[in-house]
Unconditional design. Sequence first.
Length: 354
Amino acid sequence: MTIKKSALALSIGAALLAGGAQAQENKLYLFNWTEYMDPEIIEAFEAKHDVEVVQNYFNSLPEMLSKLQAGGVSQYDIIVPSNYYVPRLIKTGLVQPLDKSKLPNFDNLMEQFKDPAFDPGGEYTAAYQWGTTGVVYNSETFPDAPKSWSLLFDPEVNPEYPFALMGDGQVNLGGACAYLGHGYDCTDPEGWKEAARLLIETKNRETFSGFSDGTPQLQQLARGVTHAGLTYNGDYLYFKEEDPETFASLEFMIPDEGAEMWVDSMMITAEAPNPDLAHQFIDFILDAEVGAQLSNFNYYASPNAAAEPFLDEVLTQPPVQPTEADMERLRFTPSLEGESLQVFQQLWSEVQSR
């Protein structure tokens, strides 16, 4: 146990000894992505159960993981990681299995989310939201843009306009792999090496503006700082709906070579302060109408089959609900461990440093 973790454990223990146990029982600690929860849902849950929900936020999966490893495993009740981090969280003992007897609404989930490849049988996860990561671009700059990663990776397709890539190394490597014909979900080391070389060449182009997350990229595109990049379909639709004039020229596409489909899930930490309350919260989110309310707020697709009648119409069509053809091209980002994880981390470090 590290000094930092020990200090945290001592401080929590001291709070309990000082009479904080009762207050602790009436609080749920949620660790979620920034701006990913409807405040009205939180208020409704608090009113229903006479509790307080304390929210903390992360902006990346590595940030979430590092905070859990630094003591957050006993500080938070619920976390909301993306699919490819789930096996890592399970194998490192940072999460606990769900008690399905406490989750009657689990049956509301679509079949593919009850038994996902990254968590067979849904033993540890309950799906929260799902979406895609695709290419976003200025349609005035590229009126005849190809439905392809070439808009980012081919200097002949985009020889002069600034563009960006994601901060997530696996998404970038997957996109490069897809463009090179290896498939978005490639895990072959030779394919990875070729993709890493392409990423190094790409980031050394004079028009490359850097690595940034999905929301900042949309804002940069709207201001004309960049003309192409990567973002999430829900973020794209949210800005397009909220400010149609500013984002009028932006278009979102899923490259024909393949791209990422992701699902974020609710999980309970291994040393959650309030696991029973955590189960109540998860079951609350899995309610049909609450599940629809969450998607209507976030502009992301719901994994909740029972929620479909309550969804806003815009969520039942592209870009939130991909076409059948695009669905066939979407893949989950692979979960990495052991030697594969080490190889990826080494390659991504080289991409960032060269």
